[in-house]
Design a protein around this ligand. Structure first.
Ligand SMILES: [Zn+2]
Length: 195
């Protein structure tokens, strides 16, 4: 990605890529979303910092996301961002304390019996799917400054982190076998996509 001199400071939020739209499969977006993302190298360089900033801006400008991963904004790098507290007041303007950024996240421990819950994804519009996730995970990663960190996440936040890490390997909720939920008005589209 080419960086403009003024670009790093104020980068416009990026469009979120989707597997489909109302007309059917979105081929170009799908190829990016399905690609395995690459690790970032510490120390983070200028370009990588700009990519992280683009992800942060694209996430914090919306109120409909629990998390977002690099490939969802067209950046096939191993970076994710997510709300770090569950039950957040969604109307409140997000500050740096409300989210975590993880670079090259790796789950080093997963504990407890998997729990099933319906998940949605900005890249899979209009649907939700039941997905089984671990209720407790430990993660090793770099933070947005490129420093090594180790974190423990529970319950909903642990679920979101597992969902976002899946994105880095090109995996999305449609790859899980759980029950699919969608509005009746989207029946024709769903038939087209899933049959
Ligand atoms: Zn997602």
């Amino acid at each position: 990605m080419k960086i403009q001199r003024t670009g790093a400071k104020k980068m416009a939020p990026k469009r979120v890529l989707t597997l489909w739209n109302d007309d059917g499969v979105n081929e170009a977006d799908t190829s990016v979303l399905r690609k395995k993302s690459q690790e970032m190298k510490a120390p983070l360089d200028r370009e990588e910092k700009a990519e992280i900033k683009a992800l942060v801006d694209s996430f914090t400008c919306r109120d409909d996301a629990s998390g977002l991963a690099g490939p969802q904004i067209g950046v096939n790098k191993r970076i994710i961002i997510f709300r770090n507290k569950s039950g957040d007041d969604r109307k409140k303007k997000m500050t740096a304390e409300d989210y975590d950024v993880l670079v090259n996240p790796r789950i080093t421990q997963a504990r407890g019996d998997k729990v099933t819950a319906a998940e949605g994804c900005l890249s899979c519009p209009d649907i939700q799917i039941d997905v089984e996730r671990f209720p407790e995970i430990k993660v090793r990663a770099l933070n947005e400054k490129g420093e090594k960190i180790s974190k423990r996440y529970l319950d909903w936040t642990a679920r979101v982190v597992q969902h976002e890490i899946d994105h880095l390997d090109g995996k999305l909720i449609v790859d899980y076998e759980g029950t699919l939920y969608y509005p009746k008005s989207k029946q024709a589209l769903i038939d087209k996509l899933f049959k």
